[in-house]
Design a protein around this ligand. Structure first.
Ligand code: PGA
Length: 265
């Protein structure tokens, strides 16, 4: 069965005060009523606006996610936020291993693995990010790099756990640069990722249902072509998720994805 969920997630990064977050969530929710066949929508504001975002969405079919977390439940880890604290806020999703976390905050495939395991233990859905740098792409290392990130980041998970995760393929050189990865190439790498998931111990049967998103300069102009690809199940959107009209246009394009109704049935 190849039907998979379609997910559009907005990664706000370090943007928006509480008041601004409230306004943006309100605008997005208002726009959703005009869209039929909604995909799953996840908004990931900064920690400080999680509560405002959850309140502002009300009963709308939108989930709230965090952009990061520690893997430990509590303790002397100044500045960190634990999975228990996210659960306490009613959060459902958490982005893990975003390339900016890997690049600026020393995250590794091992810390990603700890965080993925902690998220699953607390019933949070991890959106696990992988992707190659420009240098790695130019040296034809894209496939081995993403395969290693997947194999190490998802190490020691049961098939039941792997079934619950979401993966985001985000080529580092395409993030925030306006240089989008060609849809067919993004699709090819997403298929490589799916194959790597299938090769994890006991995961051959669950790999076909794991949603794999593309991220990196997604906008209303390029989303349609991405959504037409077999192995791209949605988007992790940065810059364009900060503008309600652009994010709504992306959701509208995803709502037309042919497999959506099949995935729901
Ligand atoms: P971008 O960011 O859409 O601004 O390129 C994507 C991301 O970092 O998740």
């Amino acid at each position: 069965m190849s039907a998979r969920r379609t997910i559009i997630a907005g990664n706000w990064k370090m943007n928006k005060t509480r008041q601004e977050a409230k306004g943006l969530v309100g605008e997005i929710v208002k726009g959703l009523s005009a869209i039929k066949n909604l995909p799953e929508i996840v908004l990931c504001p900064p920690f400080t606006s999680l509560t405002e975002a959850a309140e502002a969405k009300g009963q709308a079919a939108v989930e709230i996610g965090a952009q990061n977390m520690d893997w430990r439940d509590s303790g002397a880890y100044t500045g960190e936020i634990s999975p228990l604290m996210l659960v306490d806020l009613g959060i459902k999703y958490v982005v893990i291993g975003h390339s900016e976390r890997r690049q600026y905050f020393g995250e590794t495939n091992q810390t990603v693995n700890e965080k993925v395991k902690a998220a699953l233990k607390h019933n949070l859905v991890p959106i696990v990010c992988v992707g190659e740098t420009l240098d790695e792409r130019e040296n034809e290392l894209t496939d081995p790099v993403v395969s290693r990130q997947i194999a190490a980041g998802l190490a020691d998970l049961s098939d039941e756990d792997v079934k619950k995760i979401v993966v985001a393929y985000e080529p580092v050189w395409a993030i925030g640069t306006g240089k989008v990865c060609e849809a067919t190439e993004a699709n090819r790498v997403c298929a490589v990722i799916r194959k790597t998931v299938a090769n994890l111990k006991g995961c051959a049967a669950v790999a076909p249902v794991v949603p794999i998103l593309y991220g990196g300069s997604v906008n209303p102009k390029n989303i349609e072509e991405q959504m037409a690809q077999e192995d791209i199940d949605g988007s992790l959107v940065g810059g364009a998720s900060l503008k309600a009209d652009e994010f709504l246009a992306i959701i509208t394009a995803a709502a037309k994805r042919p497999r959506l109704s099949a995935a729901k049935s």
